[in-house]
Design a protein around this ligand. Structure first.
Ligand SMILES: [Zn+2]
Length: 249
């Protein structure tokens, strides 16, 4: 009878199986991205070597919506995992940019091979709870369970236990920060800009990305349009997508 440990390493097999080459079909400018017009994916200079911010110590994980940096970088984060568009891997590979995925562990468990393939393309998988409840005003024990057990499960599925946490809906309180710290999270992250249906929505009066901004999108039907909108916004602001973990984890 297979042990739970044996079951938990199964996705590593999936990861090998799904790494098929991405094929460019006649007439499509980008491999695996039918209908994406030529020139849609901007080119970026490589990100600079990360100068890591000094985070405050103590019993509460710091809560950050952006990173205090003067380096010309921004950070792409993609949440949940509910709608798994097949173009995601091809798009991330064609763009040559790093991304951080905050996955609901219960959702990731439905299709770990999909996310393992993205991991193989450079995505880093982080913690977004088991069940996606709003944690604000919830008891510490519930928050601790949602954060710690999700990190454990994602670690088993993808071979790396998360080090960053995003609270569902961006809603948190002091217990969330304490539980995140106690579960080994280096920081609790929200965002400065959100993306939907191909539009970037700015949360500051200046309709522009700034160095250190964290941008949110989701695994939704408009994955391609949302991702391209973020790349354009970064390019327009002369910022290069960089990996959040190089700064924080
Ligand atoms: Zn979410």
């Amino acid at each position: 009878m297979p042990s739970p440990v044996a079951a938990s390493v199964q996705p590593a097999v999936n990861r090998m199986a799904v790494r098929a080459p991405i094929v460019r079909l006649p007439g499509d400018p980008y491999p695996g991205l039918p209908g994406v017009p030529p020139g849609s994916i901007p080119a970026f200079p490589p990100p600079p070597k990360a100068i890591r911010p000094v985070l405050p110590g103590g019993p509460l994980a710091p809560a950050l919506s952006r990173l205090a940096t003067s380096q010309p970088v921004m950070f792409i984060t993609i949440d949940d995992g509910v709608v798994r568009r097949p173009e995601a891997r091809a798009l991330i590979e064609a763009a040559h940019v790093p991304v951080t995925l905050f996955l609901i562990s219960k959702v990731a468990a439905k299709d770990p091979g999909y996310f393992s393939a993205l991991q193989g393309s450079g995505a880093v998988i982080e913690d977004h709870t088991i069940n996606h409840p709003s944690l604000r005003h919830k008891p510490y024990a519930l928050q601790h369970k949602e954060i710690c057990e999700s990190a454990d499960r994602l670690g088993e599925m993808f071979g790396r236990r998360p080090l960053l946490f995003r609270p569902p809906y961006g809603e948190y309180d002091q217990n969330t920060r304490k539980a995140a710290h106690d579960c080994g999270m280096k920081a609790l992250l929200t965002w400065r800009e959100a993306t939907n249906a191909g539009h970037v929505y700015y949360q500051t009066p200046v309709q522009k990305l700034h160095a250190g901004d964290i941008v949110l999108m989701h695994f939704r039907p408009a994955f391609v349009a949302d991702f391209l909108a973020i790349l354009k916004a970064a390019h327009d602001a002369n910022l290069t997508p960089a990996l959040l973990e190089n700064y924080l984890a």
